[in-house]
Design a protein around this ligand. Structure first.
Ligand code: SF4
Length: 303
């Protein structure tokens, strides 16, 4: 790691909620599909496998449904607001304008995914207006905090919510969505990702940066230039984590992804998807089907 700067005002986070667009978990290329195994990786799915192979199986192979979460949904709304704010002229990118976008982005999301209404269902089946109002206020606070970390009046992103995809020589496809790409007059590229959770403790910073190094690798392969800077903006704690990658570092990421892909291939071929019990199991929707919690995984697709 050449540069790691952490502005840490709070140190502990059990996990971070991105709320960003979910990367397609990918049927992958023809060779992978023919072999019955995924042939693509996104940062989220790679992180799933590293966290718990059985969780990866539940999400990618079995495609088990998961309950919507208020935190992740709030993250999606906040991401949409931060993206949309750049539609306005620079001088109009104010905290008040950003806050005013929150209810509309929530309504837009709700129209696309009506099942999210259940997050704010009251006991009588109607809407719990108080809970919804508190949740919207939280989203507004997160949006407002962004202005203490970055100044959108001085930014003109080259890309927002950029879908990237590249196939490595091995046949492994990497894909994902990048929240924001900035390009300096010098041509230097900065990849920015927003997190609505809190910054991790310094000892977990490299795990948090894995996703960003993944994106840097993809952009390097697509454009031929290593991005100059990776920047994680933590709205939950008001922290910014930056990292400047180099070629050697990204080649290491590529090796790691190939090793991960091979491990996924082995698990797919053998049907041996080991559960890995950690503190993060508390957030897992699949405990009822998990042997670690007395459950039995479905038999059909993951074997
Ligand atoms: S409960 Fe824990 S061990 Fe079981 S599938 Fe979920 S993350 Fe893995």
């Amino acid at each position: 790691m050449r540069l790691l700067s952490v502005v840490a005002r709070r140190v502990w986070a059990m996990g971070t909620v991105t709320g960003k667009a979910e990367e397609p978990s990918a049927p992958g290329n023809a060779a992978g599909r023919a072999a019955g195994r995924p042939a693509s990786l996104s940062p989220s799915r790679a992180a799933d496998f590293m966290q718990c192979p059985l969780l990866y199986r539940f999400r990618v192979i079995d495609r088990l449904p998961e309950k919507p979460s208020a935190a992740a949904t709030r993250g999606t709304v906040v991401h949409a607001v931060l993206e949309r704010l750049f539609d306005a002229p620079a001088v109009e990118r104010t905290p008040a304008r950003a806050r005013s976008l929150v209810p509309g982005e929530w309504q837009r999301l709700l129209a696309a995914r009506p099942e999210l209404a259940e997050l704010f269902a009251g006991e009588d089946g109607g809407q719990d207006a108080e809970r919804l109002a508190a949740w919207l206020s939280d989203a507004e606070r997160l949006v407002e905090r962004w202005f203490t970390l970055e100044d959108p009046t001085r930014l003109e992103p080259a890309e927002r919510e950029l879908f990237v995809e590249t196939e490595l020589a091995s046949g492994l496809t990497l894909r994902g969505y990048i929240d924001r790409v900035d390009v300096a007059p010098t041509g230097d590229v900065r990849i920015v990702d927003y997190k609505t959770g809190k910054a991790p403790a310094p000892q977990y910073a490299s795990e948090a940066l894995f996703q960003m190094r993944f994106y840097a690798l993809v952009l390097w392969r697509l454009r031929g230039t290593v991005p100059r800077r990776l920047q994680l903006v933590y709205l939950g704690s008001g922290d910014v984590l930056t990292y400047d990658p180099d070629e050697a570092d990204l080649l290491g990421v590529e090796r790691k992804l190939h090793a991960l892909w091979e491990a996924i291939r082995l698990a797919t071929d053998s049907g041996d998807w080991r559960p890995r019990r950690t503190k993060l199991c508390g957030w897992c929707d699949h405990r009822e089907q998990c042997p670690e919690f007395g459950g039995t995984p479905p038999r059909k697709r993951g074997r």
